[in-house]
Design a protein around this ligand. Structure first.
Ligand SMILES: [Mg+2]
Length: 386
């Protein structure tokens, strides 16, 4: 039996946050719009294509962006709306796709391998894209190819608001004229080094003898050469399977002290929020579990705006605990779980980089990384309010 032809679609919403703002405030349409922090101290989270024409880029200090594009309309961003639209698009894809991965808040891979027996994968993805646009009014681009890497680069080439199918066997031809920094992982300094070696395009890279790349660039040179041949074997990771982090604690003696239980809950939430940030993830769902001495187990979960922040997770966890907790019984086990995890890519910086809190978390996480997780606990953990 021959292995079936692989087909992977990569879908990516175009300048997602800006597009959501435009759907909600149509007067922003066609304007130079910047989503980000404050004018003097913030950074650009994302911007519209009209602002990009003036050289504005993600992660640029807002002050510089406003110099480049003084007439830009500055939007602070509405995080709850981004979560809502992200879920909406996810639901449309989940209803149709056989197997999909939510790679970030606005980015998806769909594995259509073997489906070409039943339908035309290209036509199918066009229809899906149309449905997403019809329902949400958000512009979205896609690339369809025989592996994830080519599909993602194809999306990039198709933007804004377009699509591209790299047919089986055309991978090398598609990549050949593109600059080498189209590969993720080729940052500015590596790009310069490659250029200095006379490697400008991916074709140049694919024709460079492997030993030379290995000698000059090291092991990553070998990876790059493989990529330049159009080879990539990453698999599409199913969204809901095994995509959660959790912790639970069985008490040595059954507990009745509500203050103690709440402080445990806070401590456990902080622990998994730390894991979440370490893994560069956002969570969209939180669950609390309680087990009583007779082993009766009860749990409750709730969808939340995508977050990686303790101060947003803790109140929800406490709320769930109060909904579940039967005061007449002691508690044997307490557990907490975060799911609907998705990657926290640069664009998601709005999900954490608001004000100084993020710097504080980073400082705390650095200490935890250095000395172990229990080295530093906020006062609240030790002594819960009320
Ligand atoms: Mg996007």
């Amino acid at each position: 039996m021959t292995t079936p032809q692989r087909y992977i679609a990569h879908l990516d919403l175009d300048s997602f946050f800006v597009s959501v703002e435009v759907v909600n405030n149509p007067f922003l349409k066609g304007q130079a719009v910047i989503v980000g922090g404050s004018k003097d101290r913030g950074v650009v989270t994302t911007c519209s294509y009209e602002a990009r024409k003036f050289g504005v880029r993600s992660a640029m200090p807002m002050r510089k962006a406003m110099q480049l594009c003084p007439h830009a309309i500055l939007v602070q961003g509405t995080r709850g709306e981004y979560s809502r639209f992200s879920r909406w698009v996810t639901d449309i894809i989940a209803a149709k796709a056989p197997l999909f991965e939510k790679a970030s808040i606005d980015e998806f891979y769909i594995d259509l391998t073997g489906m070409d027996k039943y339908f035309d994968p290209f036509r199918w993805t066009i229809d899906l894209r149309n449905e997403i646009i019809d329902q949400t009014k958000l512009p979205i681009s896609f690339g369809l190819a025989t592996n994830k890497m080519i599909a993602k680069i194809a999306t990039d080439e198709a933007k804004p608001n377009g699509y591209l199918f790299v047919q089986p066997g055309m991978e090398k031809e598609f990549l050949a004229p593109l600059p080498v920094n189209k590969f993720s992982g080729v940052g500015d300094s590596l790009h310069q080094r490659l250029n200095a070696m006379g490697i400008i395009t991916i074709k140049d890279l694919s024709e460079t003898p492997l030993p030379i790349l290995e000698k000059q660039i090291g092991k990553y040179g070998v990876d790059l050469w493989k990529k330049s041949q159009g080879i990539h074997d990453g698999i599409v990771q199913p969204y809901h399977e095994a995509k959660s982090i959790s912790t639970e604690h069985t008490f040595e003696t059954n507990q009745t002290d509500e203050n103690f239980l709440l402080s445990e809950l806070v401590r456990m939430t902080e622990k998994i929020a730390f894991d979440l940030r370490r893994d560069q993830k956002l969570a969209g769902c939180i669950a609390v579990k309680i087990r009583y001495p007779d082993f009766e187990t009860t749990s409750k979960q709730i969808s939340i705006d995508y977050t990686m922040r303790d101060d947003e997770l803790i109140p929800v966890a406490i709320g769930l605990f109060h909904q579940l907790y039967d005061k007449r019984q002691p508690i044997r086990l307490l557990g907490i779980r975060l799911s609907e995890l998705t990657s926290h890519v640069l664009q998601g910086s709005l999900f954490a980089n608001i004000g100084k809190k993020d710097e504080l978390y980073k400082a705390i996480d650095d200490v935890k990384n250095k000395f172990g997780k229990t080295a530093l606990q906020k006062a609240r953990t030790v002594k819960p309010k009320k």
